[in-house]
Design a protein around this ligand. Sequence first.
Ligand SMILES: O=C(O)[C@H]1O[C@H](OP(=O)(O)OP(=O)(O)OC[C@H]2O[C@@H](n3ccc(=O)[nH]c3=O)[C@H](O)[C@@H]2O)[C@H](O)[C@@H](O)[C@H]1O
Length: 433
Amino acid sequence: MRLKDDQDLFPATLGKVKIERTSSMLNRQFYRCFASTSTMFLWALFLIALTASYISIQSLVLSSKNILTDKWGGIKWEKQVRNSASIQKQRGGFSVLVTGSAGFVGSHVSLALKKRGDGVVGLDNFNNYYDPSLKRARQSLLNKNGIFVVDGDINDDRLLSKLVDIVAFSHVMHLAAQAGVRYAMENPSSYVHSNIAGLVTLLEVCKSANPQPSIVWASSSSVYGLNENVPFSESDRTDKPASLYAATKKAGEEITHTYNHIYGLSITGLRFFTVYGPWGRPDMAYFSFTRNILQGKPITVYRGKNRVDLARDFTYIDDIVKGCLGSLDTSGKSTGSGGKKRGPALYRIFNLGNTSPVTVPTLVSILERHLKVKAKKNIIEMPGNGDVPFTHANISLATSDFGYKPTTDLQTGLKKFVKWYLSYYGYNGRIVD
Ligand SMILES: O=C(O)[C@H]1O[C@H](OP(=O)(O)OP(=O)(O)OC[C@H]2O[C@@H](n3ccc(=O)[nH]c3=O)[C@H](O)[C@@H]2O)[C@H](O)[C@@H](O)[C@H]1O
């Protein structure tokens, strides 16, 4: 049936309307009304269905938020975490969460733990403080050795809680940090974010975990600041930091003490002394000097007051790794559980240095020898940027507690670094196959 047009339904002159026409008009109005009601009903149904599907999509998005946005979560992810944490040793092995595992020290420590049969799960946020492709390359090295690296931040308490729910970690090796002394003047908040807020987030999760893991973490030689007692001992005062970086590491030592005291967490802080070696950090002097020397670019060498050369107790990565493992092995258990202290736990701080400082110009001449290229040196007075004139570790405490004994001098260690550098980047800073 064809619906009549508007002229039939709505007469232009009301007085001229006939009865039969009126009745058919009523029918049509009824029909139209019914038609519009059913249309409305259909629209309502459609809207309800639309709302329902919107809500279910939203909840799907929310429930898979971890996978979509946080890059973690899901059954496959959990399986990877568990596999990576599993201990290969017959008896007495650890399962260790290594934060900053795609970093310089973190990657070396992770590999050493895995090699001796411990279970290792890595965590790294892959930030771009320096070239993230180097961090990704370290990550694939770890992957090849059966270590899964979780892509996430130590400030993410949901992620950390999830990790300690999935695995009863015996230890946390906390090496994630904002490093670098001079960069603290450019980006102060990143130091507070990682070295203070991130540390507290991690400690909060660890103190509530059941069982509580023992924690070993990276402090820094920079806490000695303007200390003049030589060599630097753990009992020396550390209340004169020269940079915000140093101040955040010093704050970390105080913060960890409170978590040990209140919650019974076993905590060991390691004061690393200018660590160097293969797979190192491109922001550090030995690394950037190598790059510039090979590319024929000048290097800036800072000099202290009264033309005194700056010196560092450069410490080779393999020695640091031994110190980290020795600390883990002797850290004892945390005594609390679920946020309650059950007794006193170890609180320790150790220097991990080399005990023989070398001046920066000597570092440069060793590099020149290994690279067989002369450096273009630009020597300037040390700017007021947080640097200290020298560092020198007294390591007797670490030696007596876990037999720490560095064996690599700067000459030997830099030779190994240069060998790695050339194989990784090639002669002109380009990557060779
Ligand atoms: O042990 C630590 O606690 C710290 O060690 C490291 O700091 P630093 O000892 O300052 O190492 P690094 O930058 O290699 O400078 C070495 C020397 O070269 C001088 N230096 C530096 C740069 C430059 O362009 N020229 C120069 O002369 C510079 O003045 C210095 O004398 C870590 O980076 C830091 O994260 C922290 O772990």
